[in-house]
Each structure stands twice: as structure tokens, then as C-alpha cells.
Ligand binder design. Sequence first.
Ligand code: EPZ
Length: 420
Amino acid sequence: MDYLEIQGGNKLNGTVTIDGAKNAALPLIAATILAKHPITIHNLPPVNDIYTMLKLLENLGATYTYKDKQATIDATTINNTTAIYDIVRKMRASILTLGPLLARFGICEVSLPGGCAIGQRPIDLHLKALEMMGAQIEIKQGYVIAKAPDGLKGATIVFDKITVTGTENIIMAAALAKGESRIINAAKEPEVVQLCEVLQDGGVTIEGIGSDELVIYGTNRELVDMKDFTVIPDRIEAGTYLCAGAITNSAITLKNVNHAHLVSIILKLQEMGYDFDIEKESITIKPASRIKALKISTTEYPGFPTDMQAQFMALSLIAEGTSTIEERLFENRFMHVSELNRMGADITLNNHIATVEGDAKLYGADVMATDLRASSALVLAGLIAKGSTKVHRIYHLDRGYVKLEEKLQKLGAKIKRAKE
Ligand code: EPZ
């Protein structure tokens, strides 16, 4: 297994290019199941979750080529509708094949994804919504067995909780359903918006894109005339590099960003005292004279993203005073706390609220990555810790960050990948 070794203390400078958004690409790859012909996807980030989703489609009978961040996928050849446990267990987002497979074939079996480090992550809302659309759902030996022999029918779905992949699954199911579907309390993340736009460009009529209420006019099982597309920039990768500039109090520039997707992150950094130059497709963060403590509550888009919670916790360690961070979406997304405390942080937990003492004097240590975003928080802390920090189990990191250590090296960080 690999680990990352970081010597803390360097200032950063220069420019980093942001890659395509993993969480946009995953539903979009699943959506090719609905396509009438092969599709080419540009700006597809070469991270392990993307390889896993491509392997899953291949296992179903699709074919693909993938080179230089461009993939051509032909899902018209799919001849198997069982998403097997061995692939699904590697990546929960495999559940995104459920909606499109059921809509297209009228029957499918998808392994239950199981929980993960940050929480139990149920899919009850996905399944309840599909039943509202006429599916018969059965759970057997760890698999979801879904049937809709006469096809899915349009329905009004009210999500009790806002669910990103739940919304995406139902958008894809509704695209091929018979009649009109209305999704109330839909997720509005930019990744959900791009899925709607790609389906709309393929001839599916969708109203309310970007709002919490979507109306989708299904094609009654006619496949979608999807057009080639380019994946949007990864707002969480961008936020992570903004935190790298902020935690080292350096000036760095990010290219290939859509700053409209970063408003809550930029505002929070401005509140802390950082300054920005914002151009059309680039952002420069500039050092703060004083770094103020912060108060964060994670919430659904466009609020402050849960996927940035761990990174901002690392950043709050250098602020003046005490910060509080409330994690409202997941029941167990504080695994980075014990690792940061081993580096000398003073963070206490009370249920879903973390209290972080600022002006921390961090020292390098061996730390363990536990999930994708926690891993990046440990790397950020390593950039400022005294001495050497080794972040182990970075397979978590490789799921969602393209060449993180190379990008940080180019910015001037002393970081390298090594073998255990
Ligand atoms: C997506 O996960 C993202 N993953 C996550 O990013 C992100 O943290 C999360 O949305 C929240 O923004 C992808 O897009 C592939 P949810 P998802 O369904 O869709 C509860 C990363 O780091 N819930 O929006 O699985 C659930 O337990 C990953 O890139 C139900 O109760 O999250 C959670 O408390 C981590 N029943 C809340 O809703 C359901 O059926 C939000 O979950 C579904 C969800």
C-alpha cells in the first residue's frame, strides 16, 4: 500500500489546474445506459471511482475506451442487468445504475452498497421513489431486486431528505418512464444540474433544472439521443486547493474552475480573512493578515458542503480563537478528528459538533486516512505540521483526487508518495 510523506513548513506558489468532477462523472457514466448510441465524455477525471464505474458498465456488457481524460462508452450492448457485490462494495455510487437499468430493461439486480466509514448511507429513499413509479422492489441476499415489466410510470416523488444520488437515480428512471414525473425536495448540486442538462440535450424535457422541484417528461422507454459532453470542474477538489493556499497562507491560482459553484466556500474563506482575485475561469487566493476562527454548519447545496468539512477543520487549526463545526448530513464524518489530535490539535466532539482550538502547534506524525475527504484534511495539516507527516491508507485519496501529491509538489510543497 502507498503512503504520502509531507515535510511541513513550505509556503506555496504558482498555479494548479482543477480536473473534472468525480461526483458529476459518476451519474453521467450511469446515464449512458439510457443512450441510443455511443457517447464520448471529455474531462473525465482519472480517479479510481471512475475506473470502478467503467468496469461496472463493462461487467454489464457495455464497451468503452478511456485515454487522456476522454472516454467513449457504448452501452447499447448491455446484456446483463446484475450489478455484482464485488464491484458495488468498492463504490457506493454503483447504486446509480439501479434507476437507468430498471427504466431501460424493466428488471435488474443491484447489490446493496452497504455502509461506509462516514455513515450507514441507506438507500431507502431511492427504493421508495422507484416503488412510487410502479417498481416492485425486493431485498434478497444483499441484493436489490427491482422489477417493472411494463416499464416505470411517471409519479410525484417527495424526498423526505435531500439526497444527491437519490435525486440522480430518479431523474434517470423518470427520463424513460411513461408520463410526467415531479420530484419535490430534489437535490440542487451542480452535479445534479449537469445530469439534467445532458439528458435535456438528448431530448428529455426537464423543467426546474437547478431548483428543488423538477418535472421530467419521460420518453416511455425510447432511448435518449445523448450528445457528447464535458464534465464540469470539481468544486470539492478546487475547495481543497483553496484550503491548501489558505492553511499555508500563500497566494496560489486555480485554473479550470467554475467559481459560481464555490460561493459558500469562498465566502467562508473571506470571513476568515483571505482575499481573492476572481477571473472568468480562474481564482487566486491571497494571504490573510489575520486568520479568524469560523463557525460552520454543513448543509445541502448551495450551503456549505459536507465534502469540505474535514478540510476546513484542518484549516481552522491555524485560526485565532475557537471554531465550531457542525456536521448535519452524516452521522460519522469526524474520523479525521482523532488523527488531527494525534498531530497536536485540540479538537473536542459533542455529538455532531466539533470544537476546534485555534493557534495549534502541529507536529508531524504517522496518521491514517479513513475516507476520501478526511485523507485530504490530513495532507493539509501535514503541510503546516513541524517535521514529517506520513498519511497511510491513501487508497481513499486515490478514489477522488487526481495526482494530489504531484499537484502539491508543483505548488512548492515537500510531499512524496512512497510504498509501505
Ligand atoms: C453524495 O452522496 C456524494 N457522492 C457525497 O460525496 C456527498 O457527501 C453527499 O452526496 C452529500 O452531499 C456522490 O455524489 C457520488 P445523500 P449520497 O444521499 O448521494 C441520507 C465524496 O466525498 N439518505 O445526499 O450518497 C444519508 O444517510 C462523497 O465525494 C437516507 O437517509 O448522499 C445522508 O445522511 C462522500 N436515505 C443524507 O441523506 C437515502 O435513501 C444525504 O445523503 C439516501 C440518503
